[in-house]
Write a new protein. Structure first.
Length: 304
């Protein structure tokens, strides 16, 4: 049995003057899944998300969001979607409770006080409910923003780089919450720059210069890149990086921690480029499975 789609759009297109921000993007997200939306700054992620939730009108494209025509029924879609913006957009001189109460009023929710109480409990905000939003750390601001998204019981969450600038523990707690919500049937599309977050998603979509260039599970995206990677570690590796960049077969060389990743699509050419250094004292070279970050850097390099 085919799983119903929460998002099913084709040919999504948006221009700003002469700039083509989103170019014929197709997205089909099954209900209850968590999808990662990746790409560098300016790639078109935010524009796509804002079109899906009705905040921007598409220049072209067709399809549905939550079974509703995303172009003709945007007002209805807005009431069933929780949208979390990149930047904190709540009132810093109001408390957490006051912010949530205001949002509940905007949605015209019945039993407003009860719903705010339930949301405070669900998101672990009860003890901080009277603290001013402007006094919160990045992680707690993020939690407040997610709580505001959840007040009206949305069926779909569109989260635009929600963990930017928060500490690792807050990011981990946030993702635990996202997977709990997904387990309750909520669909999530989340944009992120963090590869460890992308690997927590059921599937990922990679957009670059407005074009969708990769999609699938993490394993599928890595396999489809047909990329080979060697790791080089040890004494003198930083000097070696300059010699290898531009060598035949080396499409890019980049440091990840102390290890130099040498990647390309021609394995034999990579091996030949590294052969002169294999017996260098203090240097260790081994082939490795390409990481998701290797693949995305490769895709970005190919597009420039």
């Amino acid at each position: 049995m085919t799983q119903p789609l929460a998002i099913d759009v084709r040919g999504l297109t948006k221009r700003f003057g002469q700039k083509l921000a989103v170019n014929g993007v197709d997205i089909a997200v099954p209900e209850g899944e968590v999808w990662g939306f990746l790409g560098p700054n300016g790639s078109g992620k935010t524009t796509t998300i804002r079109m899906l939730c009705g905040l921007l009108s598409a220049d072209a494209g067709e399809g549905t969001c939550l079974g509703l025509d995303f172009r003709k029924q945007s007002e209805t879609i807005k009431r069933q979607v929780g949208y979390m913006t990149q930047r904190f957009s709540f009132w810093e001189d109001l408390s957490i409770r006051e912010n949530l109460d205001f949002v509940a009023r905007v949605y015209g929710l019945p039993n407003r006080k009860m719903k705010v109480n339930e949301t405070l409990e669900q998101l672990g905000l009860v003890k901080r409910q009277h603290q001013l939003a402007g006094e919160l750390s990045g992680g707690w601001k993020q939690r407040l923003a997610l709580a505001a998204c959840m007040l009206h019981d949305p069926r779909l969450l569109l989260l635009d780089e929600p963990t930017a600038g928060v500490d690792p523990k807050a990011r981990r707690d946030f993702w635990d919450e996202i997977h709990m919500l997904s387990g309750n049937g909520i669909t999530v599309l989340v944009s992120t720059h963090y590869m460890d977050e992308a690997e927590r998603c059921d599937r990922i979509v990679y957009i670059l210069n407005g074009n969708l260039i990769a999609r699938g599970s993490v394993a599928e995206v890595i396999a489809d890149a047909h990329l080979f990677t060697f790791l080089v570690e040890g004494d003198g590796v930083r000097a070696l990086s300059q010699k290898l960049r531009g060598a035949p077969g080396v499409e890019y060389a980049a440091f990840f921690g102390a290890a130099l990743h040498i990647s390309g699509r021609d394995r034999d050419a990579l091996a030949r480029a590294l052969e002169p250094y294999r017996n260098t004292p203090g240097l260790h070279i081994e082939e490795s499975q390409p990481s998701l970050e290797d693949v995305f850097i490769h895709l970005q390099e190919q597009a420039t």
